[in-house]
Design a protein around this ligand. Structure first.
Ligand code: BDP
Length: 619
């Protein structure tokens, strides 16, 4: 009897407790917070209070009521880099800050938006539970108006947890994983933890507001078209969309039915967006009528199309070859925390070297990257954090990973759908078959039915959400070819001459040629090599190219580029990696670093960067 009563109490309290934290709604992250004549924003970045909770007692001891024994921490930033005792700490930790909500926001709807909390987060405002979110690298937002105190400081508490687990995406603590390192991430980059991006407060008008805008663009001859879908909250009947740019202005009314309005606007003599001319039109969406504007949101868009033939990637109907890199969000001391000067520097170095594209390996990047790419004319392969994915083993973990991948796709496309720079969605980097044998090449290896079903499901979701861009999966050396065939374009990472045919570049090149020709024959789709490269210790030289020397890296890159140049179905080459980056500790990662960057971690060029510049720019 007593046992029953206890069980009843536990169930009730667990259920009641779970209800208090709203699960973040991916529909709320479509529009980045914006300051204008109606909307307000307040960036809460700065020095916050921080405390580790290795015994996991914080919640029960009510740390949400005010953090004691804290130390200062910078937000954004990874906690692993800011102290002398926390590099490998991956458990629970608490963040707290205080802010007044500006008096002028009274009467408006108030939201809190966290740019990225790696990996799981719970949020309280003034000690009251607000919401929770799982998954790093993507934003989440909660409406917090009912918790706000006016004319007094408001305490914002965020609990972040970053345990490595096989049920999560990306996976960790996997037995027998390929990248065995410490901490035990199942991938080749450091599992940085914490609040990695800005935390914002923002306000929306209470009567009616714009919830989301979806832009699709196209053209026919000299006439462009911008198709808009606007979703609104509250009592809204009408509004308008104004498109301006290139000295022209186009306007269309918006008529809302069930809080949704659509419009297609023609742009005569359209100026198309491309890397050579990344021209952006401004779209101003307003709701209300002639007497009163209820809400306003402005965004930039480029008119362009993306498609493929059996051999080529087409931008605006014309072949384009991707030259660029796989990157990381990684810098000393910042860890994975967003660092605007590094973003600006990276774009200037990518331009200097003659690149026109990059992949957001191995997770979505901060929104600033996406805005910069729109403005600077870079093409992006936008990737969810599905690295190290596998389909064998525990079925319930597999189901959890699949659900997480679906959530990431939902969130990523909601967040990035309006960026002209994004040309492709990538649903996974190097998923691993149970029987990976990197020496075997990819042909002939069979994909399990579970894995095929999982990928079909992810590709269907991508297409349902966005049929204007390409979808792909980036394949591992030795992985099954069938996975690759599911995408619109084949993307593969190859390291013949490094991980196989070690040191024997000529031997590696031969198998690369054979595999490329075979893959194209099998699928009749263009191929991008999304990774190829060699670890290189800066300042290491050899007269005859030898592994780890700058000469070897240059030769390696040159050999791969030559193979690609001889094949009209290769549509792009992304060197791995843009810059050296931090990994866990392991026997193939000297000093916990991957040295395949053509720039050092602090962005100094190795010889390969100069080589790429001369090859890609002709200078
Ligand atoms: C691939 C991964 C990438 C690694 C790279 C390497 O996609 O994350 O950093 O190879 O080994 O396996 O350098």
């Amino acid at each position: 009897m007593k046992k029953m009563a206890i069980l009843f109490w536990v169930c009730c309290t667990t259920a009641g407790y779970a209800q208090e934290f709203t699960v973040a709604d991916p529909a709320m992250i479509g529009l980045f917070p914006q300051q204008n004549e109606i909307r307000n924003t307040l960036n809460l970045s700065g020095i916050w209070k921080f405390r580790k909770d290795s015994l996991e007692v914080g919640e029960q001891d009510k740390w949400q009521g005010g953090l004691q024994d804290f130390r200062p921490i910078a937000v954004p930033g990874s906690w692993n880099e800011q102290f002398t005792d926390s590099r490998d700490y991956l458990g629970l930790a608490w963040y707290e800050t205080e802010t007044f909500v500006p008096a002028a926001w009274r009467g408006q709807r108030i939201f809190l938006r966290v740019g990225s909390a790696n990996y799981a987060a719970k949020v309280w405002v003034n000690g009251q539970p607000v919401g929770r979110h799982e998954g790093g690298h993507l934003p989440f937002a909660f409406e917090i108006g009912s918790r706000v105190q006016w004319g007094a400081p408001n305490r914002i508490t965020i609990q972040v947890e970053n345990k490595l687990s096989p049920a999560r995406v990306p996976t960790g603590n996997v037995t027998g994983g390929f990248f065995s390192s410490y901490p035990k991430a199942n991938y080749d980059f450091f599992p940085y933890a914490g609040l990695h991006r800005d935390v914002w407060l923002y306000s929306l008008p209470a009567t009616a507001s714009i919830r989301d805008i979806t832009v699709k663009t196209g053209f026919n001859g000299a006439t462009g078209s911008i198709e808009l879908k606007v979703a609104a909250d509250g009592a809204v009947k009408g509004g308008k969309a104004v498109i301006s740019g290139n000295g022209r202005r186009f306007e269309s009314p918006l008529n809302f039915v069930n809080n949704t309005a659509t419009a297609t606007i023609a742009i005569p003599d359209v100026r198309l967006w491309s890397p050579e001319d990344p021209f952006l039109y401004q779209i101003d969406v307003t709701i209300g009528d002639a007497k009163a504007t209820l809400d306003h949101y402005a965004l930039e868009t480029g008119v362009r199309t993306v498609s493929v033939t059996d051999k080529e990637l087409l931008l605006n109907g014309k072949p384009i070859f991707l030259k660029g890199f796989g990157k990381h969000e990684d810098f000393p001391i910042f860890g994975r925390g967003v660092a605007n000067p590094v973003i600006v520097k990276d774009f200037s170095l990518m331009k200097w070297v003659g690149a026109n594209s990059f992949r957001t390996s191995h997770y979505p990047y901060d929104e600033t990257y996406m805005q910069m790419a729109d403005r600077e004319g870079f093409l992006i392969i936008d990737e969810i954090p599905a690295v190290g994915l596998y389909f064998h083993g525990d079925a319930s973990e597999l189901a959890q990973r699949q659900a997480m991948c679906r959530q990431y796709i939902n969130e990523l496309i909601n967040r990035d759908k309006n960026h002209p720079s994004v040309i492709m969605w990538n649903v996974a980097n190097e998923p691993m078959p149970a029987d990976l044998n990197i020496n075997g090449g990819s042909r002939g290896r069979e994909a399990s039915p579970e894995s095929m079903a999982a990928f079909r499901d992810l590709f269907a979701l991508v297409k349902e959400k966005d049929n204007t861009r390409l979808a792909t999966v980036v394949g591992v050396m030795g992985g099954p070819a069938e996975w690759l065939g599911l995408g619109d374009i084949i993307c593969i990472n190859r390291y013949y001459g490094w991980y196989t045919h070690t040191g024997d570049l000529a031997g590696g090149v031969k198998i690369l040629e054979m595999e490329l020709d075979g893959l194209h024959k099998q699928f009749n789709k263009p191929i991008i090599i999304t990774e190829f490269g060699a670890d290189t210790y800066p300042g290491m030289h050899a007269d005859e190219p030898e592994m780890y020397s700058e000469e070897f890296q240059t030769q390696f890159i040159k050999a791969y580029l030559d193979v690609a140049a001889a094949r009209d179905f290769v549509a792009g080459m992304h060197v791995w990696a843009f810059a050296d980056f931090k990994t866990g500790q392991g026997i193939i990662r000297f000093s916990g670093m991957n040295y395949k960057g053509v720039f050092t971690r602090d962005r100094r060029p190795k010889a390969a960067a100069h080589y790429l510049r001369s090859r890609w720019t002709g200078e």
